[in-house]
Design a protein around this ligand. Structure first.
Ligand code: AMP
Length: 588
């Protein structure tokens, strides 16, 4: 039998790992629990903690504890942990390693291949960062799938042959997603998704914490530990208000000394509801938007599925019921169904029969920019979407663009994600050049072929038909946005932390070290020279400041990027710029 592919729900607050065993999707316990808090920390002795142990120390050591890293995925943030600085994917890699270690113990099999879920509304950079987290953890991420899609996969109940329209409402700790899904018991198709990557239970907690401190003198001056305690108390109160109509929140000695500060506040469920109603309203706007995109109306919804821990707050089911007229279903476990669905998708990827077929759609359009007309005027950054939002995945689409001048030597292919006719208002997700075109008259055709996979990875091929000259690029961000050096450095940072916890760095293999050496040995001269120059520039960072340093860092990053993309012509230009910069700094 082929090696199993595990399913991972890498959540903002909690994470879960599952696998299909004997045809049954099963959640695996990690350190005795199905749900692993997505929290990483260092204990007072400097040892790495992941999961419940890290969460338990959060209130006492907020400065040594990292939560909700998912919200920072895709950003350039550096997160301090003790005396180290980690990127968001590195922190997520530690959570993944913990999940995989638990799953390996539970199944007696190593975990190498995984499907990881992401919010449907995650942008390319966030998806790439998630994939990268898997790579740093040494995993083969066979697919990323959208969380509501996974939930819908885990949902059973539609009779074969009878199509139902589902509204999957997923409100977790940090993100909100809604999807309109059809299922006939076998085929599950996501018609449209919409959401908000900055809205979740954490926001409920924050509002409640503000309310708890509203009448407290000197609340602004509370230290980080006291603030973390109030936030924790707010979350606790919020969860209790799911069962009870009123709670008393008490936190003693928020401030010690001569004027001690104690918190003692009576809260009613109605207080919470008044606070969170505007946030729920925002989620309902997304429901309308998703329905419009799916071409469905409220009256066509057969089932409402609640996903994510935050949907336990009764107000949410109430509002959805009022809106749709359908009582939301709770038979799919809100905390586990995403991982269970990911396990089903994993089994599909491993070639096992699951009796279900998944069709997903792209939440964005993708295409290059070109010279054209915008608002009746010539404009050189018109957006040409080649794959339209809402297209079922996987998809391959081609389109023809035209050269603009006689004997044009090269094409600057700028690839965007978004919906605006003005490419500049969309997200630039990749750029490369097609060089050394043969002499051609203006308006000669150039074909663009876009292939977008279920995991959101975009392969692009640009071809000049008369000569067959072709240039290929992959925008998966994971390998393309980080050069091999940077990936190796990221792995080393996380492995070092992991190994210390496991008791000795020397025991831990360094999987990429040999590969990297081989990769660089085989690399062409231009790549090795550029890499050496980039390393030299990097050593000089400390001698630069302000804009100079920023420019140098960007150049070094672009240089690794050019090597990773095998883009020799870009590398040539970067080499010249880096060379100037190194000379300038060394001689200064
Ligand atoms: P998830 O990201 O799906 O794990 O959801 C985590 C969010 O669900 C956090 O904001 C929790 O505070 C919230 N949550 C968990 N249990 C409850 C509950 N019983 N009532 C209200 N919110 C809850």
């Amino acid at each position: 039998m082929s090696e199993p592919v595990f399913g991972i729900d890498l959540g903002t607050t909690n994470s879960v790992i599952a696998v299909v065993r004997d045809g049954v999707p099963t959640v695996l316990d990690v350190a005795g629990a199905a749900i692993v808090p997505s929290v990483v920390g260092l204990d007072p002795a400097g040892t790495l903690l992941v999961g419940a142990a890290a969460r338990n120390q959060r209130a006492a050591y907020p400065e040594r504890t990292i939560s909700s890293v998912k919200r920072r995925m895709g950003s350039d943030d550096r997160i301090r942990l003790g005396n180290r600085e980690l990127t968001p994917p590195e922190v997520s890699a530690l959570i993944l390693k913990e999940l995989c270690r638990g799953a390996a113990v539970a199944t007696g099999q190593p975990v190498r291949r995984v499907v990881i879920t992401v919010p449907a509304f995650f942008q390319d950079a966030q998806r790439a960062a998630t994939r990268l987290a898997g790579e740093i953890a040494g995993l083969d991420v066979v697919r990323l799938i959208n969380e509501p899609t996974a939930a819908a996969l885990a949902f059973e109940g539609a009779e074969p042959g009878r199509e139902r329209t589902l509204l999957v409402y997923d409100l977790g700790g940090g993100t909100f997603d809604v999807s309109i899904v059809t299922t006939d018991g076998e085929l599950t198709e996501v018609l449209a998704s919409h959401g908000d990557v900055m809205l979740g239970g954490d926001d409920f907690d924050r509002l409640l914490a503000e309310l708890l401190l509203r009448d407290v003198d000197g609340a602004d001056a509370l230290d980080a530990v006291a603030k973390a305690r109030v936030l924790e108390a707010a979350e606790h109160a919020k969860c209790r208000l799911t069962e009870d109509v009123a709670v008393q929140v008490r936190e003693e000695f928020l401030r010690g000394g001569s004027s001690p500060l104690h918190l003692d506040v009576h809260l009613e469920r109605a207080d919470l509801e008044e606070l969170i109603d505007p946030l729920i309203e925002r989620t309902l706007d997304s429901v309308h938007e998703a329905l419009t995109r799916a071409g469905r109306t409220l009256s066509q919804i057969d089932d409402v599925l609640l996903v994510g821990g935050q949907t336990r707050t009764p107000r949410i089911a109430q509002r959805l019921r009022t809106l749709t007229g359908v009582p939301p279903r709770r038979d799919v476990h809100p905390d586990l169904c995403v991982a269970l669905g990911a396990a089903i998708a994993g089994a599909q990827a491993a070639g096992q029969s699951t009796g279900r077929v998944l069709v997903d759609v792209t939440p964005y359009s993708f295409g290059p920019s070109a010279l054209g007309e915008l608002d009746g005027r010539p404009y050189d950054e018109c957006y040409v979407p080649i794959i339209e939002r809402g297209t079922p995945l996987p998809v391959v689409r081609s389109d023809t663009l035209y050269t603009t001048v006689d004997d044009q030597e090269r094409i600057d292919a700028r690839i965007f994600q978004g919906e605006s006719a003005d490419a500049r208002h969309n997200l630039l997700i990749g750029r490369f050049w097609v060089d050394d075109l043969p002499p051609l008259p203006a308006h000669s055709p150039i074909t663009f072929r876009f292939a977008l996979g279920l995991d959101g990875i975009l392969d692009i091929e640009v071809a000049e038909p008369s000569t067959g000259q072709t240039k290929r690029a992959r925008i998966d961000g994971a390998t393309a946005r980080l050069g091999p050096d940077q990936l190796q450095a990221a792995r080393e940072r996380t492995l070092a932390l992991w190994a210390e916890r496991e008791g000795g760095a020397e025991d831990e293999p360094e999987p990429a070290a040999a590969d990297l050496a081989a990769e660089l040995d085989d690399a062409p001269d231009w790549a090795r020279e550029l890499r050496a120059l980039a390393m030299r520039a990097r050593e000089l960072f400390d001698r630069m400041s302000g804009d100079d340093r920023e420019e140098a860092e960007a150049l070094v990053e672009d240089a690794f990027d050019a090597i990773a993309r095998d883009d020799e012509s870009l590398a040539g230009r970067l080499h010249a710029e880096l060379d100037d910069l190194v000379h300038y700094v060394e001689e200064a």
